[in-house]
Write a protein that binds this ligand. Sequence first.
Ligand SMILES: Cc1cc2nc3c(=O)[nH]c(=O)nc-3n(C[C@H](O)[C@H](O)[C@H](O)COP(=O)(O)OP(=O)(O)OC[C@H]3O[C@@H](n4cnc5c(N)ncnc54)[C@H](O)[C@@H]3O)c2cc1C
Length: 282
Amino acid sequence: MLSDIRYYSSPLRVSDAVNELKKGKGKWAVFAGGTSAVLGRMGNVSGFISLKNCGLDHITQSRTELSIGSMARIQDILENKAAQKFAKGLLYKASYRIGSTLNRNLITLGGNIIQIYRWSDLPVALLVLDSKVNVKGPASRTLKFSDLLKKHPKTVLKYTDIVTEVRIKSPSGVFGTEFITFSKTEFDYALCNVAVFIQMNEKKCKDIRIAFGALQPLPFRAYKLEKMMKNKVIIDELIREVAEEASKSTEVSSDFRASREYKKHLIRVLLERAIKGAMKSA
Ligand SMILES: Cc1cc2nc3c(=O)[nH]c(=O)nc-3n(C[C@H](O)[C@H](O)[C@H](O)COP(=O)(O)OP(=O)(O)OC[C@H]3O[C@@H](n4cnc5c(N)ncnc54)[C@H](O)[C@@H]3O)c2cc1C
């Protein structure tokens, strides 16, 4: 794949990077952490436009939100105090599960949310938070993170689009979060991961968001399960019922790592643990 690369540039401004992509007419692509190029997963690309000098690696927190530049590396998120604590450590937990330390020093937030694989971790956590994505291109816009995931992000974005930043609203009220993942070994890809955000009003669930990853080509929200819990008093029996329903109704297939039955078992066990974990942190 790298032997096909005939052009490389590293502009200083995002607008220049957009112009470079226009010039490439779809044959040149954004180069972020570069791990997909190493894996040979960038398709028919003959030029790279690196964003490393565009100043997109910030992590800043205001009273209302956390903003993370698309070129912030996963390791930067892990080491940033505001990101570590944000949403009761949800981003930290998901980031920590990504590959090895070596990979986390290369992989960027932008790359992780655009080059989605079944095992992608951070997008699952971002789905249960109130997250938006800033896109610069011929038509600059802000997308809800969930809209970026309606189809594969590479098909939602145009070849001239650059994701500059992810903005996540600070959760308020009495809330808790949990992220749980299961893989065969510590560094193996996830077989199933679950993120839960829960907002409580006394013993009642005021709001809940549940997302799964690694089970289908794209991470997804489990709206039906959320509905089963909203405005209900949370007792163990209800959690068991929801986890049972998740296992029954989620489409999964066998692969060389695990059977369909085993994945269904994982869904039930991990969701039960994740809901209880989120409630404990609330
Ligand atoms: C060995 C290994 C293990 C891994 N394990 C995991 C894991 O357990 N969990 C997990 O979640 N991920 C894991 N990953 C990472 C993941 O699968 C992707 O490879 C990675 O997220 C890509 O990030 P990158 O910064 O290297 O992007 P790049 O490879 O540079 O880019 C990926 C794609 O996204 C586009 N792109 C990147 N940034 C932007 C932007 N800002 N705007 C527009 N387009 C952009 C590029 O053009 C390219 O098409 C692993 C990767 C490797 C190599």
